[in-house]
Design a protein around this ligand. Structure first.
Ligand SMILES: *Cc1c(COP(=O)(O)O)cnc(C)c1O
Length: 217
């Protein structure tokens, strides 16, 4: 299957109000351009420098999302162009993003990453920590970032019941905060679990291998 066919097939199954972020990490400029020519404009990477290199080389109407864990000292490399940072998990990082956004005279959209998987390896905040952050004065003082929703990564499993449970829990938390904080984005679902994420209310899916094929690291 070609990248174009994969994209078309996936797009056909997505509800209209669900945004597809094509995760292009490790993929070449040619492969990304194939998706671009098939109409895809939103791409996601998990390494800041790789995203910056691709941003330089690719058409400027691409919307770039950072979906990986973010190191504070690298925020400056993406602050001028990133459209959404999915993996925000601490106030210190938000402060850095705010500082770099201000230097670039812009407001950067962010999602708080909530830990929903049972594995220790997945990053993210507890619901309690997220709530405390959102209600803090330190957060209220940050004028150059906007938290527009939540992101979560489920356990790597084929156990549908467990996936349903993890996504459902994040959706309930999202709904609880939605009106107070004017959230519009619930980022959940990857190649292996996005149909289940959508069933549970995802508004944004992050799909890599089902579009571009398996990654060779
Ligand atoms: C790599 C990655 C994805 C996409 O994974 P696939 O299984 O290839 O669809 C989604 N979200 C994050 C945070 C990732 O790092």
């Amino acid at each position: 299957m070609s990248i174009e066919n994969n994209l078309k097939k996936i797009k056909a199954t997505l509800p209209e109000d669900v945004t597809l972020v094509a995760i292009s990490k490790t993929k070449s400029i040619d492969e990304i351009m194939e998706a671009y020519h098939a109409g895809q404009r939103v791409f996601g990477e998990n390494k800041i420098q790789e995203m910056e290199e691709k941003w330089h080389q690719l058409p400027k109407d691409i919307e770039w999302h950072m979906v990986g864990h973010v190191q504070r000292n690298k925020v400056k490399f993406m602050a001028s162009f990133v459209s959404l940072i999915h993996g925000v998990d601490r106030l210190r990082l938000l402060k850095e993003i705010n500082k770099e956004a201000k230097k670039n005279d812009r407001v950067i959209n962010c999602l708080l990453q909530i830990k929903i998987a049972e594995e220790d390896s997945k990053f993210g905040m507890s619901e309690e920590d997220a709530q405390n952050l959102l209600h803090s004065e330190a957060f209220a003082a940050l004028k150059n970032i906007r938290i527009i929703g939540l992101m979560g990564m489920a356990t790597f499993t084929e156990d549908e019941e467990q996936l349903n449970h993890e996504f459902q829990r994040l959706k309930i938390f999202y709904d609880k905060l939605k009106s107070e904080f004017q959230f519009t984005v619930l980022s959940m679902g990857m190649s292996g679990d996005y149909p289940i994420a959508i069933k549970n209310g995802s508004t944004m899916v992050r799909i890599g291998s089902a579009i571009f094929g398996e990654r060779n690291y």
